[in-house]
Design a protein. Structure first.
Length: 477
């Protein structure tokens, strides 16, 4: 007998011996609980199995798992379809969320909608999506490169801030028009107007960065200027959003001063105490030539502490996560490792949950009359004029060509995910009504969807102009 055969024989004998002893033990204990025998005699084995299946399907964990499977499946399908027509994946994921919501699934298949997305179970999706957003805002903060900002500081300040103040002003004018009809009953005008203004002003930095990468503009002067302007825009817009949230939470500008003062102190602490400390720790690990799990766990702890503090003082955890990413050591190796560890799981798993949750709160069927349709069109036009017009005009004023100015304006007009984050904050705080929330979600979708076709159109137009000039010069010569 070989060694393998001997080992197999020992294994078989062990299984038989322990199996017999376990069976004897269980058989001896049946008499201790007679009700089991009665239940077994009255119910067939298959019926018992079906009953167990139904019980398992009704548990909160099973509901959550089914919801996640449905959301991820729909997100992959729509991402694939929108990629095929040259649109970023984020558009497909947002559309997937709306399709799963009351606008489509809830309207045409209400039984399926209420079976999968029961009202009491949405809290779990919301919590998971919030964790995902915290991680994602941390990644956005990591992508802010101060070296690029310093190189183009004067131009980016003009472009990014023109792209904030112009749409912000138009947003406030739109709020005056929309307040009586669309503001919730308990909402004061100032927080309502400020939220409309900030929703018009935000640029989707990650979508913009990915479009620039796809078009191979990363290291061109145009690409660097667009990324630097978007980064500056993001930092400014999120600081403004923090102040707007503080005002909205406090009710009046005067009573919000304490929250604003805490925010300023928090930012000063993060940049002048936490950042130098993290830089020293980062330098130590860089010299060792390895960034181990202890440093990553320290950075993660810093992220959570920052998010917790900003949530506590009333300016939302997402702002704290963003600032935590911004102040991380500027070492590219560290930032690359942190992004790799956080970004993939966030983009593939958590963000589709956020889009689904947004879709479940968005009912575009509420836009059911010509007055609301015209209001939606007005918001889209004002958003484009403010962002595209403000950025393109300011870029031209600082010396960029018309081609580059229009390209920067179109890129900065992209709102995407960042807009949805701001809108969800306003909706959850009760500042935005459901119809207005739906209108602004459509505005975010439209301004993001138009980016790629508009860039192609600008390139085509200017290529034709260049060809005409070349032909004209050849004829003259």
């Amino acid at each position: 007998m070989t060694k393998n055969e001997k080992d197999f024989l020992i294994y078989i004998i062990m299984l038989l011996a322990f199996g017999i002893l376990i069976f004897i033990g269980l058989k001896s204990g049946i008499s201790l609980h007679p009700s089991n025998e009665t239940l077994r005699s009255n119910t067939s084995s298959f019926a018992t199995f079906i009953l167990t299946l139904k019980e398992n399907l009704g548990t909160s964990v099973m509901k959550l798992l089914i919801q996640i499977i449905v959301i991820l499946f729909a997100s992959r399908i729509f991402s694939f379809l929108f990629n095929k027509i040259g649109q970023p994946s984020v558009i497909g994921e947002i559309v997937a969320g709306i399709i799963l919501g009351p606008s489509f699934l809830g309207h045409f298949f209400p039984n399926a909608f209420h079976t999968i997305f029961t009202k009491d179970s949405l809290v779990n999706i919301q919590l998971l999506s919030q964790i995902g957003l915290i991680l994602y805002m941390f990644v956005i903060g990591l992508e802010v490169d101060f070296k690029i900002l310093k190189k183009k500081i004067n131009e980016t300040l003009v472009i990014s801030h023109a792209g904030i103040f112009a749409p912000f002003l138009l947003g406030i004018l739109a709020a005056i028009f929309a307040y009586k009809e669309y503001a919730p009953a308990h909402t004061a005008f100032i927080p309502f107007a400020l939220f409309i203004g900030i929703s018009m002003s935000i640029t989707a930095f990650p979508v913009l960065a990915r479009i620039i990468q796809e078009r191979k503009l990363d290291y061109t002067p145009l690409g660097v200027l667009a990324i630097a302007s978007a980064a500056n825009d993001d930092v400014t817009a999120w600081c403004l959003l923090a102040i707007v949230i503080a005002i909205a939470q406090a009710g009046t500008i005067t009573s919000s001063l304490f929250a604003v003062a805490c925010t300023i102190l928090y930012i000063l602490f993060m940049f002048f105490i936490a950042r130098p400390l993290l830089k020293k720790i980062g330098t130590y690990y860089s010299k060792k030539g390895i960034i181990d799990k202890y440093f990553i766990s320290l950075a993660s702890l810093g992220l959570l502490l920052s998010a917790t503090f900003t949530q506590m003082i009333g300016i939302h955890a997402l702002f704290g996560a963003f600032i935590a990413g911004v102040i991380m050591p500027s070492d590219h190796q560290f930032r690359h490792i942190m992004k790799d560890k956080v970004e993939d799981v966030t983009l593939a798993f958590f963000l589709p949950l956020f889009f689904a949750y947004t879709g479940l709160n968005t009912n575009i069927l509420l836009i059911n009359n010509w007055s609301m349709v015209l209001t939606c069109i007005l918001f889209i036009i004002l958003a484009i004029i403010g962002k595209f017009g403000g950025c393109a005009t300011s870029a031209r004023l600082v010396g960029e060509t018309w081609h580059d100015s229009l390209t920067i304006g179109i890129l900065m007009n992209t709102r995407g995910l960042m807009e949805l984050v701001a809108l969800n904050i306003g909706y959850e705080m009760g500042i935005l009504s459901q119809p207005l929330f739906a209108i602004l979600v459509i505005m975010a979708l439209f301004t993001t969807f138009m980016t790629t076709p508009s860039l192609h159109l600008i390139t085509k137009l200017f290529t034709k102009e260049e060809n005409k000039e070349k032909t004209h010069n050849l004829k003259e010569s």
